[in-house]
Design a protein around this ligand. Structure first.
Ligand code: NBP
Length: 483
C-alpha cells in the first residue's frame, strides 16, 4: 500500500481531482467501474505525478495506506449509494470515505450515520469550480467528523484554490451534512448573483439601448471595482462573443430559456423548511423556471406594455447612458449585498438547526477563490463575520449598511426605471423590498395577522400588552385574552 489518497469515478471531475492530487505530490490510487477510463488517465497524464491504477475495488482499497482516504466521484444519487456500500464493505474501522459529488445534505446525513455505526468516517464534501477548478484548485467544503478531517484535511488543503492571502480554500465546516449544505447555499447564492447580473444587462439594453458589445465594456469596467468577480468577468466575455454562424451577438442567438440542475431548488425548499426568507434565491429559481414556460410566455405575448410604438428601446445619449450605467452598478451592488445577506442567514439557520457550529467568516474565506461566486467582495464578508460572529444580518455591518444607504437613491431609481420601461427585474426589486421590509418600523403584517384572527380565530399579540388575544369578530367585537 503506497497511495495517500484514492479516487474512484474518473469522469471529468474525478479525473481532474486525481490529477490535482498527483500534481501536488500525493501518490494517488485510481479506480473506475469501466477500466478503460483508468487506463486513459494514466496514458494521457501519467507523467504528471505518481498514480497507482487499479482494476478492482479490492485492489483499489489494498493500494491505500491506512487510515485509508478514498474519494468517490460518481454520479449523484443511486450510483453514489451503490459505490459507498461497495467500499464500506472493504474498508476498515477508522478509514475515511469521501463523497465529492453533488449530494443533497440530507442524503449525506443519512450516509454518515450509517457508516458511523460501522466505525467508518464519511465525509460529504462540496466541490465548486467545475471541471477546471477540480484540476487547478477548487473551493472544497467538507463536512464530517473532526477526526476524519485530521487525516483528510491536509490532503485537501494541498489541492484547494488559494485565496489572495495564500490561505487554502477549504476548512472543516461541521459534522455530517455541513459541507454539502454549505455547497448548496453557495449554489443558491450563485443563482441569485447570475439573475441580478442578467437583470443589469437587460436594463442596459432595454432602458439605455446599448448593444451587447457596449454592455461588455460596462461589465469590464465594473470588474475593476467593488463588483470584481468571476461571474462579472465571464459575463463580459460572453457579451463580447459573436456567433460564427450568423455574425450576430452570441447572446442573441442562444434560446432564452435558462435550465437548472436542482441545487437552487434544493436551497429554496430547505429555506422554506427552516423558515428563513431567501427571496433573492427564490426569485432566481423562479425566473429560470418562468423563462422555460413556453406556453405561458406565448399566451402572454400580446399583453400591453409601455414600449414605444417602434418597439425597440430608444438609445440614450452617451453621457446619459453613462449616468444610467453608474446607477445600475449601485443597484446591482446593493441587490448583491442583500442576496449574500440572505445566503448567510441561511447558513446560520442550517448551522443552528443541525448543530454544526459553522464559522460564518470561514465560509466567506473559502469562497474567495476556486468557486463560481469567487469575488474580492467575499473578503469583506469574511471580515464582517470574523469581527462580529454574532452579526444578525450582513446588512447590519456598519460598512455594508453605509454603502446600502449611499446606493439607495440609485437603487430605487433603477427599480423604478425597470418598472416604467417594462423590463422585468424580480431580483433587484425583490432585494429592495427585502431591504425596506427589514428596516420598516412597522409592517402591514399587523393587518395580515388581524385578518387571520378574523376568519380563523388564529389570535394575535399586542405591542402594548403581554399575552395572546382574540376579537369576537362575529359578535360584539370584545377582545378576549386567550392564554
Ligand atoms: P458523472 O456525474 O457523469 O458520473 C460519471 C461517473 O460515475 C463515471 O465514473 C461512471 O463510471 C460512474 N458511475 C455511474 Br454513472 N454509475 C456507477 C455505478 N453504479 N457504479 C460505479 N460507478 C458508477 O461524472 P462527473 O461529471 O465527473 O461528476 C461526478 C460528481 O461530481 C457528480 O456527483 C457531480 O454531480 C459532481 N460535480 C460535478 C461538477 C461538474 O462540473 N461536472 C461539479 C461539481 C460536482 P463509468 O465510467 O463506469 O460509467
Amino acid at each position: 500500500a503506497t497511495a495517500q489518497i484514492g479516487v474512484t469515478g474518473l469522469a471529468v471531475m474525478g479525473r481532474n481531482l486525481a490529477r490535482n492530487f498527483a500534481r501536488s505530490g500525493c501518490t494517488v490510487a485510481l479506480h473506475n467501474r469501466t477500466e478503460a477510463r483508468t487506463r486513459d488517465l494514466v496514458d494521457a497524464f501519467g507523467h504528471e505525478g505518481t498514480f497507482v491504477p487499479t482494476r478492482s475495488p479490492e485492489e483499489f482499497v489494498a493500494a491505500l495506506q491506512p487510515p485509508r482516504c478514498l474519494v468517490v466521484m460518481v454520479k449523484a444519487g443511486g450510483p453514489t449509494d451503490a459505490v459507498i456500500e461497495q467500499f464500506a464493505q472493504l474498508v476498515e474501522v477508522g478509514d475515511v470515505i469521501v463523497d465529492g459529488g453533488n449530494a443533497h445534505f440530507e442524503d449525506t446525513r443519512r450516509r454518515e450515520a450509517a457508516l458511523r455505526e460501522r466505525g467508518v468516517h464519511f465525509v460529504g464534501t462540496g466541490i465548486s469550480g467545475g471541471e477546471e477548478g477540480a484540476l487547478l484548485g477548487p473551493s472544497i467544503m467538507p463536512g464530517g467528523s473532526a477526526e476524519a478531517y485530521r487525516s483528510l484535511g491536509p490532503l485537501l488543503e494541498r489541492i484547494a484554490a488559494r485565496a489572495p492571502d495564500g490561505a487554502p480554500c477549504t476548512t472543516h465546516l461541521g459534522t455530517d451534512g455541513a459541507g454539502h449544505f454549505v455547497k448548496m447555499v453557495h449554489n443558491g447564492i450563485e443563482y441569485a448573483d447570475m439573475q441580478l447580473i442578467a437583470e443589469a444587462y437587460d436594463l442596459l439594453r432595454g432602458v439605455a439601448g446599448l448593444e451587447p458589445a457596449e454592455i461588455a465594456e460596462v461589465f469590464r469596467r465594473w470588474n475593476t471595482g467593488r463588483l470584481d468577480s468571476y461571474l462579472i468577468e465571464i459575463t463580459a466575455e460572453v457579451l463580447t462573443h459573436t456567433d460564427a454562424r450568423t455574425g450576430r451577438p452570441f447572446v442573441d442567438v442562444v434560446a432564452d430559456r435558462a435550465e437548472q440542475k436542482g441545487t437552487g431548488r434544493w436551497t429554496v425548499q430547505t429555506a422554506l423548511d427552516l423558515g428563513v426568507p431567501v427571496p433573492g434565491i427564490a426569485q432566481a429559481v423562479f425566473a429560470r423556471s418562468q423563462s422555460g414556460h413556453a406556453r405561458l410566455r406565448r399566451a402572454a405575448e400580446s399583453l400591453p406594455g409601455p414600449e414605444t410604438a417602434e418597439g425597440a428601446p430608444s438609445r440614450m445619449a452617451a453621457d446619459e447612458a453613462e449616468r444610467f450605467a453608474a446607477q445600475v452598478e449601485q443597484c446591482l451592488y446593493a441587490s448583491k449585498v442583500v442576496s449574500y445577506a440572505q445566503g448567510w442567514d441561511m447558513l446560520r439557520a442550517g448551522s443552528e438547526a443541525y448543530d454544526w457550529g459553522i464559522d460564518l467568516g470561514s465560509v466567506a474565506a473559502i469562497w474567495r477563490a476556486g468557486c463560481i461566486i469567487r469575488a474580492a467582495f467575499l473578503d469583506r464578508i469574511r471580515g464582517a463575520f470574523t469581527e462580529r460572529p454574532a452579526l444578525p444580518t450582513l446588512l447590519a455591518d456598519p460598512q455594508f449598511a453605509q454603502e446600502l444607504g449611499e446606493a439607495q437613491d440609485a437603487w430605487r431609481g433603477t427599480v423604478a426605471a425597470a418598472a416604467r420601461h417594462g423590463v422585468p427585474a424580480p431580483g433587484m426589486s425583490g432585494a429592495l423590498a427585502y431591504y425596506d421590509g427589514l428596516r420598516a418600523a412597522r409592517l402591514p403584517a399587523a393587518l395580515t395577522q388581524a385578518q387571520r384572527d378574523y376568519f380563523g380565530a388564529h389570535t394575535y399579540r399586542r405591542d402594548d400588552l403581554e399575552g395572546t388575544f382574540h376579537t369576537q369578530w362575529g359578535g360584539d367585537r370584545t377582545e378576549d385574552r386567550t392564554d
